[in-house]
Design a protein around this ligand. Sequence first.
Ligand code: ADP
Length: 169
Amino acid sequence: MLQTELGDITKVENVDAIVNAANKSLLGGGGVDGAIHRAAGPELLEETRELGGCETGDAKISGGYNLPVGHVIHTVGPVWNGGSNNEEDLLASCYRRSLEVAKDNDIRNIAFPSISTGVYHFPVDKAAAIAVNTVKVMMEENPDAFDRVTWVLFDEETKKAYDTALNSD
Ligand code: ADP
């Protein structure tokens, strides 16, 4: 099942893992990354320090600490730089790798934010289409692995883009 909801991903309770739109250092930052680190507490940073960073398009897992969820999957979205620098493939890779990491850890219910569409400036309509299509393919390829993927979106305009992508076929 694929769905969207409006809200703060740090408050989501009914999932096994939330995905963080991190940066390559995995040491925290602004936007959703900052919110996740604040809500999780300093132990999250202690753990992510040991993960050795993360490449763009890849994903790594940690505990959730003071968050209401057991795990955080940290993925690094591409910075939008005109669109001819492999941004679309790298964003698809974020969703694919996040779900691979989830599957490897028996995580069946996952919440994503809108990766790369904040300070990384990926156009939200394009990002939403890539997100939805990539997750759909992964769920078709792994029919028994996942129960629910939810995009937890921070503003109405972003939610509208993901709802449009979900309803487009
Ligand atoms: P990126 O660097 O990947 O662009 P940002 O954190 O800047 O990541 O933004 C990604 C999206 O996350 C944006 O739509 C932003 O509004 C949203 N966002 C920020 N804080 C939260 C939060 N607490 N819960 C869910 N989404 C959030």
